[in-house]
Design a protein around this ligand. Structure first.
Ligand code: PBG
Length: 326
């Protein structure tokens, strides 16, 4: 009988040894909490497909952000649910629109204690649910949409956004937004580009949260990427950095860990990953059935996203994970 000389298990024997040799540690500092703010409501509204997440009122989002500051979560990203939608999504750049009002409140409340990010897109604001304006034949008009994104960027920065995060996957969106911000004197406003954003069924619960139904049962495959591509993502990332992106994002996260790793190897800017609504809901649904330990799976998933190379993780788990990590 010969005994193994190589014994990796030696390093796993005690909790302290395991801590000492851990290769990846998830930190509260890595997390961004997505928050939904709905116009014209007095009380927060639950979202059935996102248990534990709510549509905030203007008042309740202030309380939630204060709680996140106390938990040392460094950033939030805001999504608006306007009372009125139209063909161009004009509420998105209204200086008194729901997100601009919330940004001003939060800037007053927390200043630079926390990074205020604003998702920059039109789908929550258009009555047809697409991320841009439509041509007469119903296609999304790339270049006409860029002009509207430029207006939204300036409105969000004027209201106090430190970071704008374009998520519409229009060609040239980062360049158009950078030019508009600079032209308005917002040279310090950061752009976090949703560079590699895939057309996935995992955004379903988010669309419930922002009350979006795409007209005619349509989809976003003419602007978001095919989930099985990767070279295309690297091209998108390179273009966004050339246009002035300060940080880039891959979204969703778990099915695209290889993409996160490839992007991390290719660029020097911070890389973010979005653990999206469907990824969150799958954990919550299985945990509610008693089929998995949701807290443990949450840490495993976010840890794997970090290991793949993400510096920043947008996740609906931010507050509870911050509580778990203490
Ligand atoms: C578009 C946007 C979406 C998400 C973030 N920004 C939805 C979409 O592209 O349809 C999805 C986020 C999630 O699923 O958690 N404004």
């Amino acid at each position: 009988m010969s005994f193994p000389t190589q014994r990796p298990r030696r390093l796993r024997r005690t909790a302290a040894l395991r801590r000492l040799v851990a290769e990846t540690s998830l930190r509260v500092d890595d997390l961004v909490a997505p928050l939904f703010v709905r116009e014209d409501i007095d009380n927060p509204q639950p979202i059935a497909s996102l248990p534990g997440v709510v549509q905030h009122s203007r008042a309740s989002v202030r309380k939630e952000v204060r709680r996140l500051v106390d938990l040392c979560v460094p950033a939030v990203i805001l999504f608006g649910v306007p009372a009125r939608k139209d063909a161009t999504g004009s509420e998105a750049w209204n200086p008194d629109g729901v997100i601009q009002a919330a940004l001003r409140d939060l800037r007053d409340d927390v200043g630079d204690e926390l990074v205020l990010m604003a998702d920059l897109c039109l789908d929550e604001y258009t009555d047809h649910g697409h991320c841009g304006v439509l041509t007469p034949t119903g296609a999304v008009d790339n270049d006409a949409t860029l002009e509207l994104y430029a207006r939204i960027a300036v409105a969000q920065a004027d209201a106090g956004a430190a970071v704008v995060a374009p998520s519409g996957m229009m060609d040239g969106q980062v360049g158009a937004i950078r030019a508009a911000l600079d032209g308005a004197g917002h040279t310090d406003t950061v752009i976090l580009a949703y560079s590699a954003k895939y057309a996935t069924a995992l955004y379903g619960p988010f669309r419930d949260a922002v009350d979006v139904k795409i007209v005619g049962g349509g989809d976003r495959r003419a602007y978001q990427q095919n989930p099985t591509n990767v070279r295309e993502s690297l091209r998108e990332v390179r273009l966004d950095i050339d246009e002035g992106a300060d940080m880039v994002m891959v979204k969703p996260a778990l099915a695209h860990l290889d993409v996160i790793a490839a992007v991390r190897a290719e660029v020097d800017v911070p890389v973010a990953a979005y653990h999206v609504s469907g990824e969150y809901s799958m954990i919550k649904a299985a945990a509610a059935n008693g089929w998995i330990d949701g807290d443990a799976v949450a840490l495993e998933h976010l840890g794997a996203i970090k290991r793949a190379g993400a510096d920043i993780i947008l996740t609906y788990l931010a507050a509870e994970v911050a509580e778990q990590l203490g």
